[in-house]
Design a protein around this ligand. Structure first.
Ligand SMILES: Nc1nc2c(ncn2[C@@H]2O[C@H](COP(=O)(O)OP(=O)(O)OP(=O)(O)O)[C@@H](O)[C@H]2O)c(=O)[nH]1
Length: 866
């Protein structure tokens, strides 16, 4: 049984225990009643000599379903912080954060921009006094904007991994939507502390109670209602909120800019809004009771207040909320209320960001990969991680110990966004995880293996920028002028590093919070309007790829056709907009099509290819042997193996070709790393185009055999010649497989989650399983279905104030329970245009999300239909 279903029992249990050990030690009493003291002394694993202002830094994001009001809320935040002089309006396209023309036109956020502002503004802050709430001291807020559409999931993931906290905005009419659930689950994976803001409470049909219950049923955490909506006189205009933490009401003037907030004490409410006052008292009791189930410290305070929930100090409640959400599990979810568009509720939400969300030093150690090991960054930096064993022979040869090497790392940062700014050129947004990136530092890019100099460092304020001398751990900033760094690359600064090969291995492979990008499933041909445009179009495409590495470009070796592939139709449409409208490329994008794959069904023979031709005016000669087999049958135990786009490529050197250290013996101008890269790139190019229908290969294993004595021809053997030899040898193997009839076709199969009401369930299941060739995996009732997302929550116990405008069906706990959730696996081809169909069979109420499960071999009749 869960904690939540045994609320009362659990409370009593705590009380008994606590009563019997009544605190007698004054120091312990002090610690318990001053949780902030506990915070400041807590030792944190990666708390290495941070600048004190880091405690007052919040790196947060706003996550929401499309149209929930993220942009509107951000704009209000910037306005109240004094950052902008007028309130931007999404509908007239003048907002600060959505600054790409494509975003303005669509009114959706497709690109994360980080904006730095201060809350509260300096003139309103207080700094003296130890019991001053956090929200009275000026904090630096780095707000990272995240996109809301499913096609931009990787944008979302890339932003999520650098956040320390998030505000999730819900539409108070639509409630919790499919995309919100998806992003919420991703935020759970990254353990990001979150608070919820129920927006649009001014709209007809707004239902705070229903939305709160959906927070419980669909986000699977306990909603801790911190504010309740205030409709004047019970059913009038939405004009403010009741604050259950501070026990007061906050009122906003109709039609004003929202800067002036009128506070109403409980005494005033007793006179003017007695019913609202009594609801607020209920909310306070429910809040304290809920927190006590998760937090013994608050339970203690409550007992000290003689069980009077109203006597519990506001600060103790804030500290408790903070502790309860710090682990990022989403088990308890603080809920706030407002209507950003009417300028209601935004300032208290900002206070909650300061008060409840963590500073960078309170976050868990960031994940890294180094060589083939996975670990935490502080384990590496503190020397706890044993590097020598991971890469054995590489480090053994070095004279410096790995610990001493690690100690020399000056800075470690993650590039989380690349933006082409019309005025400033290419801007790379970074988050620094350790040390400090200084102006002019040489930065080694551990993904691309190049060094670049950070010539200018900026702090971005949406469309304005301020030059800064360094960006230190925990902070977010921008490097201007980098030529290579892409979204997702790790940059390290290591004094005395070699400009070409970077820091010594394995430090040169250090990667922060790596994420897996699933394979692209849609593609379209890009046709430059003329030959002279080709180069320009190629440059723009490479910039698009730097911005968004979930886009891929393939140039077909034979036809010369350029194919752009991505995660979804909208993903490619936006790329086209960027290409044609924003970058003015003179090119056309063809139809968006499903990206099938080819696979090898049986192992091929071994093919040797001797390449002997002039490449760019220079003689090139090299040879190589290749064979190809189905991945599951291959014994992948070669000297050197890499995974590429769902395939593996191995290189095997004959035993005679190794030196005494076990490294392949190669001429000095062709070191192992160069030979590996050239051969792998050649093989990967061959795999990009299958012999049957020109689709990329998938689930295949290439084995390359390379003998330096017979395959290298003195100075005629360049890396380009090696690549060509490998490519042509693999192509020969593929050709053989094709002529033997052993090339199959594969299609992307999606995991689909459809939310609908009970009435449309039958029609949806029938359509999915008979018309679309899908398999229904489960039919859950939201809220009852035990999934791995979190605890099942007992809806009946959740507190929320009654909705004054509830429809006849609403108002009881069964409301959200009627929602059903269909989980199915369906071929992507059958899901094209599904939203329209779903809307028609559900009267517009059904929603769905999907993600690639895997590629599956096509059966005979389906294969013919391709
Ligand atoms: N009535 C009302 N409308 C609102 C409120 N907040 C936002 N809106 C409207 O809702 C629409 C969507 O708001 P946005 O701020 O663009 O939403 P978003 O979440 O940023 O959307 P994307 O950028 O598309 O993901 C706009 O037309 C807003 O004017 C609100 O509090 N009340």
């Amino acid at each position: 049984m869960s904690v939540l279903t045994s609320r009362r029992g659990c409370l009593l249990w705590h009380r008994n225990i606590r009563r019997s050990v009544r605190l007698s030690n004054p120091k312990e009493c002090f610690l318990r009643s001053n949780p902030s003291y506990l915070y400041s002394t807590s030792h944190h694993p990666h708390d290495h000599h941070h600048d004190p202002s880091i405690k007052r830094t919040r790196n947060i994001g706003i996550i929401a379903h499309i149209d929930a009001g993220k942009t509107t809320t951000t704009e209000r935040m910037l306005y109240y912080s004094g950052f902008t002089r007028r309130i931007g309006d999404v509908d007239d396209g003048s907002t600060v954060t959505d600054f790409l023309p494509a975003e303005r036109a669509r009114g959706i956020t497709i690109q994360s921009a980080a904006v730095t502002f201060h809350w509260p503004p300096h003139q309103e802050s207080q700094t003296s006094g130890s019991d001053v709430p956090r929200s009275h001291k000026t904090h630096t807020i780095n707000l990272i904007d995240t996109p809301g559409h499913a096609d931009f999931t990787f944008e979302v993931l890339r932003s999520l991994r650098i956040l320390d906290g998030a505000v999730c905005i819900l539409d108070g009419v639509a409630g919790v939507e499919a995309q919100t659930e998806k992003v919420w689950a991703q935020a759970n994976n990254y353990s990001i502390p979150r608070i919820v803001f129920v927006n649009k409470l001014d709209r007809d049909g707004a239902a705070f109670e229903r939305t709160v219950k959906e927070v419980g049923s669909r986000l699977r955490g306990w909603p801790a209602v911190c504010q309740i909506p205030w409709w004047k006189g019970g059913k009038g205009r939405f004009s403010g909120v009741g604050d259950a933490i501070n026990l007061c009401a906050l009122g906003w003037q109709e039609g004003g800019d929202g800067k002036t907030i009128e506070t109403f004490s409980m005494e005033q409410l007793a006179e003017q809004e007695p019913e609202f006052r009594s609801e607020l008292l209920k909310a306070r009791t429910a809040l304290v009771e809920a927190l006590c189930e998760y937090d013994e410290q608050l339970l203690e305070t409550w007992l000290e207040c003689n069980d009077d929930t109203l006597a519990v100090p506001a600060q103790a409640i804030k500290d408790s909320l903070r502790r309860c959400i710090l682990d990022g599990s989403g088990k308890l979810i603080p809920v706030f209320a407002g209507a950003s568009f009417r300028n209601i509720g935004v300032q208290p939400l900002l206070d909650a960001v300061d008060d409840l969300l963590p500073d960078p030093t309170e976050r868990p150690d960031p994940e890294i990969s180094i060589g083939s090991q996975k670990a935490g960054l502080s384990d590496l930096l503190s020397g706890k991680l044993s590097l020598a064993t991971s890469t054995g022979k590489h480090l053994a040869k070095k004279t410096t110990s790995p610990t001493a090497l690690v100690a020399q790392i000056e800075a470690c940062a993650l590039a989380f966004k690349v933006v082409n700014d019309a005025r400033r050129g290419i801007l790379v947004y970074i988050r620094v995880y350790s040390g400090s990136v200084k102006r002019n530092a040489a930065l080694w890019n551990t993904n691309l293996h190049v060094t670049e100099r950070a010539q200018r460092l900026l702090q971005m304020q949406a469309s304005d920028a301020v030059e800064i001398p360094h960006i230190s751990a925990g902070q977010i900033g921008v490097i201007a002028g980098l030529k290579h760094a892409r979204t997702g690359d790790t940059l390290i600064s290591f004094p005395g590093q070699h400009a070409k090969t970077g820091p010594p291995a394995p430090l040169n492979t250090l990667q922060l919070r790596p994420i897996d990008v699933p394979p692209p499933v849609f593609f379209a041909a890009i046709e430059p309007h003329s030959l002279s445009e080709e180069k320009n179009v190629a440059e723009i495409l490479s910039l698009l790829l730097r911005e968004d590495p979930s886009l891929h470009v393939n140039v077909d070796e034979e036809s010369g056709q350029v194919l752009l592939s991505g995660m979804g139709e909208l993903h490619l449409e936006i790329a086209r907009d960027r290409l044609v409208n924003d970058f003015k490329a003179k090119a056309t994008m063809g139809n968006i099509e499903i990206s099938y794959r080819e696979c090898v069904l049986a192992p091929s023979g071994t093919h040797r290819f001797l390449f002997d031709r002039e490449v760019a005016g220079k003689k090139g000669k090299a040879s190589c042997e290749a064979s190809i087999s189905p991945l599951e049958e291959a014994a992948v135990e070669q000297d050197f193996t890499v995974h590429r786009d769902g395939n593996t490529i191995s290189i095997h050197f004959p035993a005679s070709a190794h030196d005494q250290n076990g490294e392949p013996s190669l001429p000095p101008d062709l070191p192992p790393a160069v030979v590996h890269e050239a051969l792998i790139n050649g093989a990967a190019a061959a795999l990009a185009r299958g012999p049957r229908r020109a689709f990329p290969l998938h689930a295949s294993h290439v084995s390359l055999r390379f003998n330096p004595t017979t395959d290298i021809f003195g100075s005629d053997t360049s890396p380009a010649a090696l690549s060509s030899a490998a490519r042509l040898a693999v192509q020969a193997a593929l050709k053989e497989a094709f002529s033997n009839g052993s090339i199959g076709l594969m299609e992307p199969v999606m995991n689909v989650v459809i939310s609908c009401d009970e009435a449309s369930l039958g029609a949806i299941v029938h359509d999915i399983s008979s018309a679309r060739g899908g398999h229904v995996l489960s039919l859950g009732t939201e809220g009852n279905d035990e999934s791995d997302i979190g605890l099942p929550v007992n809806l009946k116990r959740i507190y929320a104030p009654p909705d004054p405008f509830a429809s006849s069906a609403g108002g009881d706990t069964s409301g959200p329970g009627q929602q059903r959730q269909v989980t199915a696996r369906v071929p992507l081809k059958e899901m094209v245009g599904y939203l329209k169909h779903l809307r028609s069979i559900t009267g517009g109420r059904g929603t769905f999300v999907m993600s690639v499960d895997k590629f599956e071999r096509l059966s005979g009749p389906r294969e013919k239909a391709v």
